[in-house]
Design a protein around this ligand. Structure first.
Ligand SMILES: N[C@@H](CCC(=O)N[C@@H](CS)C(=O)NCC(=O)O)C(=O)O
Length: 212
């Protein structure tokens, strides 16, 4: 099997980078320089016509959209490693539910807020009303997540799964970047702390500090 992973640090590709690391799957990494517009080069657009990372090629077959890649990797390699629930189980239903929830119901308000508040976008591109409404939605989502972790221990079930890695890879830096104080979410805060101590997370954070 051959896997080529096209990435840029601290981007949507981090979700897949952490998944590959958790699964300990050998792969070749190709840095895509977004500033230099590598993602618009014809050879890259053949793999992902959207010109975005993450993009992955598995045995010659390209895939894009981080959520699709993660489900594929989870189902193919995660079950035997105890990081993804078996198809047909109740936990599998929960894994799909929370992975999609993280992309849509958590990710949308988080990234909308980041783009409309703080230094992420230039002042003329920010919309104060959008910032206000997305922050309300973000806190609702954080409350839901906090309650889920308090009830279950992690997101899918008592054990850490690829869904936890996925959500951690976004919130671990996302709340800081958005300057959203999550301290009142005590279960979530403790879970974030646990996630940042996982060896693969430490390795990824160390790598992100290095120049490409
Ligand atoms: N929904 C996509 C989002 C991918 C995405 O927006 N990637 C950004 C980096 S975070 C990108 O490649 N941007 C380059 C561009 O738009 O030119 C996913 O989850 O894979």
């Amino acid at each position: 099997m051959s896997i080529t992973f096209y990435y840029n640090p601290m981007s949507s590709a981090s979700r897949v980078q952490l998944t590959l690391a958790e699964l300990d799957i050998p792969h070749e990494k190709v840095f895509i320089d977004l500033q230099a517009q590598d993602q618009r080069k014809p050879e890259f657009l053949k793999l992902n016509p959207n010109g975005k990372i993450p993009t992955i090629v598995i045995d010659g077959q390209p895939m894009f959209e981080s959520i699709a890649i993660q489900i594929y990797l989870g189902e193919r390699f995660g079950v035997e490693r105890g990081l993804w629930p078996a198809l047909g189980s109740r936990e599998h239903m929960q894994a799909l539910t929370w992975l999609c929830w993280a992309q849509v119901s958590l990710g949308t308000p988080l990234f909308t807020y980041m783009h409309n508040a703080g230094d992420w976008a230039p002042p003329e591109a920010r919309n104060a009303k959008q910032a206000e409404t997305s922050l309300v939605e973000l806190h609702k989502a954080l409350e839901v997540l906090d309650a889920r972790i308090g009830e279950v221990g992690n997101i899918v079930h008592a054990k850490w799964t690829l869904v936890d890695s996925d959500v951690w890879s976004v919130l671990g830096w996302g709340l800081q970047m958005a300057k959203v104080d999550g301290a009142k979410y005590t279960h979530l805060s403790a879970w974030l702390e646990r996630g940042s101590k996982r060896p693969v997370a430490c390795a990824m954070m160390a790598e992100e500090q290095k120049p490409q």
